[in-house]
Design a protein around this ligand. Sequence first.
Ligand SMILES: Cc1cc2nc3c(=O)[nH]c(=O)nc-3n(C[C@H](O)[C@H](O)[C@H](O)COP(=O)(O)OP(=O)(O)OC[C@H]3O[C@@H](n4cnc5c(N)ncnc54)[C@H](O)[C@@H]3O)c2cc1C
Length: 448
Amino acid sequence: MITKTRICIVGAGPVGALMSILLARRGIEVSVFECRPDMRRVDIPAGRSINLALANRGINALEKVGLMNTISEYLIPMRGRMIHDEAGNTSLQAYGNKPQEVIFSASRGELNKTLLNAAESAGVRVEFDLRCEQLDLAGKKIVLVDERNGKVRETNYDLIIGADGAGSAVRKAISALTGGDVSEDILGHGYKELTIPAGPNGEFLLDRNALHIWPRGGYMLIALPNPDGSFTATLFLPNEGEESFASLQSNESVEAFFDLRFSDVVPLVADLTGNFLKNPTGMLGTIRCFPWRYRGDALLIGDAAHAIVPFHGQGMNAGFEDCVALDGCLDRHGADWRNVFAEFEAERKPNAEAIADMALENYVEMRDSVRDPKFLLKKELAWKLEELYPESFIPRYSMVMFHQVPYAEAYRRGKLQAAVLEELTDSANSIDDIDFAQAKRLIEERIL
Ligand SMILES: Cc1cc2nc3c(=O)[nH]c(=O)nc-3n(C[C@H](O)[C@H](O)[C@H](O)COP(=O)(O)OP(=O)(O)OC[C@H]3O[C@@H](n4cnc5c(N)ncnc54)[C@H](O)[C@@H]3O)c2cc1C
């Protein structure tokens, strides 16, 4: 037990809330400061995706704090991508090779509320409507502003953890003091959410156990199921250009665009043009920074350290994995915080880099490659090779979503595997054309 430390966490999003539970269970006094109102009492717009994909890494973390049973109640398994082509035809591309290889659509709000309840039960003090305005890292002092009345409060702490998301105030303080590097690469594409309501009897109007994608080459629409029978659809589109958020500013242009590109969706979406014009357009980007810590006094986790684009459905999963990793460092180093933070940073930084890159690559896969017969052949072959050589060949998507192979290792092995798949399918049109003796040789030579 590490009882003499007072830790302050900035941000009660999913990652801050989960980390607070793990720390409190060690007997540490934990306070969490969150600038938004308490979402369990006030209805606040989610701000970001209403639902998100939960996969193995996130599940592992939730199991560690014993919350998976509670959370399972509102999860919807998605067994693959349901591709909707421009003619309105659909085809399912399974995510994995085994029945248990599914990902789950989870309500962001419910997940966060469950974590907050568990945090308070574990003894964490969570205070809402308090924004971290300023941080004196050298003096270990935080300045908080009450969002309700503007009152300013100063609090001392022993350690501070920044779980305050992509716009992190803690990150700004650390980089200002350490002269660290921060890069914010804003994607030229943004996103907008729309709702596909349930049918008249509460039924799902699309297959409920799939993540739906309308890939259109340069952009795409996706939809994830919600327990009430609705789907949350998200349009990812360039910000500027002929077909872009900038060009869709009127009822007529929105209607014409959807009629042309997503005609099968038009009758499903609630007040399509009204909501399209009313709902905000979100920004997407990748944040990379270093260092993630100031001595043994301050640390960044989750999006505050590594915000990524959402195309691998891994941002929160990666943040949850951060929490498990930090907990592991505490097992090894106890209250030697400088070593705890140093080991955490050394372990997680390369993994964060890898998932950031894979998430960017996955945008092209989702919006374009899924329509390419060669992509499908490679996928089929990758599964066959996984069946034949389970110890040495696991498709990259599976390593990221269904395993806990470190992201950096998944990225490294994925590149080797991609080259093997490319070579084997070079002149093949179907799986029957594959030379499996060559496959065995290439795997032994290049991957083992
Ligand atoms: C469109 C979209 C789809 C996504 N889909 C997925 C998905 O399918 N799967 C997945 O794993 N991830 C997904 N993500 C990523 C995921 O949302 C984030 O990785 C995750 O929310 C990060 O959690 P966090 O707790 O680190 O940060 P956040 O969720 O951003 O929480 C940070 C918290 O800190 C608070 N805060 C901020 N500044 C301050 C301050 N100065 N003082 C006090 N409080 C502060 C904020 O109010 C917030 O509550 C998606 C993201 C987007 C945008």
